[in-house]
Structures are given as C-alpha cells and as structure tokens.
Design a binder for this molecule. Sequence first.
Ligand SMILES: *Cc1c(COP(=O)(O)O)cnc(C)c1O
Length: 376
Amino acid sequence: MISFNLPPTVGTELDYMRQAIENHKVCGDGAFTKQCHAWLEERFGAQKVLLTTSGTSALEMAALLCGLAPGDEVILPSYTFSSTATAFVLTGAKLVFADIRPDTMNLDETKLEAAITEKTKVICVMHYAGVACEMDTILAIARRHGLLVVEDAAQGVMSTYKGRALGTIGDFGCYSFHETKNYSMGEGGALVINNAAYNEPAEILREKGTNRSKFLRGQVDKYTWISYGSSYLPSDLNAAFLWAQLERADEINENRLAAWQRYWDALSPLAEEGKIALPVIPADCVHNAHMFYIKLRDLEERTALTAHLREDGVLACFHYIPLHSAPAGRQYGRFAGEDVYTTRESERLLRLPMYYGLDPADQDVVVASIRSFFGR
Ligand SMILES: *Cc1c(COP(=O)(O)O)cnc(C)c1O
C-alpha cells in the first residue's frame, strides 16, 4: 500500500530531544522553544511567534485575543477543519460561513462584504493547501469595516503571498506542527502576533493567566495572576523535535515541491483532455506543496476513482465535509448567501499521497492508476 501521509522525520530529532533532557529543561519555553521562536520570527519576518500545544490552541488564543463577546459574528469558510470554527465557538461568537472560490478552495473575497453585519468583528481566512487567500482585498475590506483578521495558516508554513509569509499578514496567524503537516512536533503549533500591542496579553493567556514570562525576563520581581489564561505552551521535548525539522526546512520544502511538480507534469495531459482538474496557484502565491489534489467530475466519479486507486494499492483521501452541513455547524453558525461552490467543489476533490520523502516510483504507480481509470 502507498500511504496517503507519512509524518516527516529528518533523523536528528532524538539527538535534540536527548539534549533537552540533559539540559534538565523539558517543560515549556526552554532553549529549543526559544530557538524555534527566533527561527520562525526571522525567517518569516514575524513580529512575534509563540509555540503552542497545537494549531487548534493557536486558533483558540487568537480567538480569545480578538476580545469577542457572545453574539459577535465571525466570518469564515465552511470548507475548513473543525478547529477553525471551534476556536471561535469558545468565545460565544456566532459563525457566519461564506462561500469559497472554486479555483483555490479559499474564502471568496468577492462574497465577503455581503456577509458582514453590524455584529461582525473578525474575518478568519484559511489558506487551503498552503495557497494564499486574496489577502490584499480581504485586508482592505477588514479595514473599511474595522474588523480583525485571523489567518488559519495551519497548512501554510513556508508559503508566501506577494513575498510575505502566510500568517504574518493579518492580525494573528496560526500554524500547525501536527504530524500530518509539512513540519512536525507530533502535536503542536504556533501563534503569530502581528501587532505588538497583543504581545503581553498573549504571553499572559499562554502562561495560565500569569505574567510569568515577564518575571523570567527579569522585568518584574514576582509573578502573579493577571487575567484569564490557560496552558498553551508545549514541552521543550516537542520543540527539540521541531527544531530538527526547521533546521532542514528548505530541504523538506524542496523535496515536497519536486513531488508536487512531478504529479503536475504527469497529470497535465489528463487535465488538458478535460478528464480532471488540477490545483490553481494564483500568480501572487508561492505555495509549500502541502497537498496535491485533483478534481473529478462529481462525487460519483470520485468514489469510483478512490476505489480504483485502492485496488492498485494507493490510498487517496477526500477532504472536508462542509462545516455548515455538520451538526455543530448548524448549531453554531449559518451560511451567508448561497452555497454555490462549497459543497459542489468539496465533493469533486481527491487528495493524492503527498509527504516528505515520497518515492517517485510510488508516484508513478499513483499516476498510472489514475490514467488507467480513464482508459489511458
Ligand atoms: C491541521 C489543521 C488545524 C489544526 O491543527 P492541530 O495542530 O491539529 O490542532 C487547523 N486548521 C487547519 C486548516 C488545519 O489543516
């Protein structure tokens, strides 16, 4: 069987984890955490980055820092992971799902304005497959209406929009380092803070509501409980694991991009014949090969191809069931306007095996199976 995903490992993870243990520092904010923070800030030109226990907890921190109150509204795509939505449910905010663009599967910026009401406070975008949303337009709309912008960049680490790293463009960015993502610490993530006014509230929120971070920097002589908080900092063991991969980030990125291009080149003839559609990367976007998907005619054809691939020993996966059609989505939110593309396009999409170290020979098997399905 050709796996759909294999967690990335580069070989130095254990050495760094052993170092963390020998440093007698395996709780949060140790040496490896600081190294990861510095690397992410410098590489992405980020004002401040804080590692978190997951992408979900980074989203929760962003939602809480937005200062939402029950009844406030958050606009987000329905075609996303539950975490994008559930983080805002925590604040009592109402979810307003907006339609996506069929080309990138990202929030359709032309439908945003119609979804805004006097209760709207936040727009949360999700950069699907590490391909950026149309951020200039989205930021201009947000500014015009006085809204905050949260980027769910869980899939977008190392991707850019007009040369800017995803996650550093809105008010807050959220990364995931779950093992299914391009860079992994098992479970983990990071919050990117793009407005320095939120640095201290974020540190307090992450450290159980205390100003312990300030105390550790010697800026106060004792630490105390300041406001609501939780425990969002990961163990330095996980940070050590991540550090091994950040150090090799370019190598991982290039390997994934090469695999992505190999699929693209091999499947282009089928796309030219109109049998399948390939992903669209807008001119302003540099992506990170988080995913390679194809689109079939409809749900029925996708189901048949998935079974055909499985018979040939290939695991391919569909993706999100639109949140507005899920039980919790109906409870916590509503769809703004008409669902033109969200359901239709989600039913056509099929993700192919994609991971660091994917064997080109295995890709040939995947491509041959797809071609044979179409009688080629
Ligand atoms: C993976 C993912 C998350 C959640 O990240 P975790 O680290 O698993 O909590 C959130 N949003 C999107 C779009 C994701 O792909």
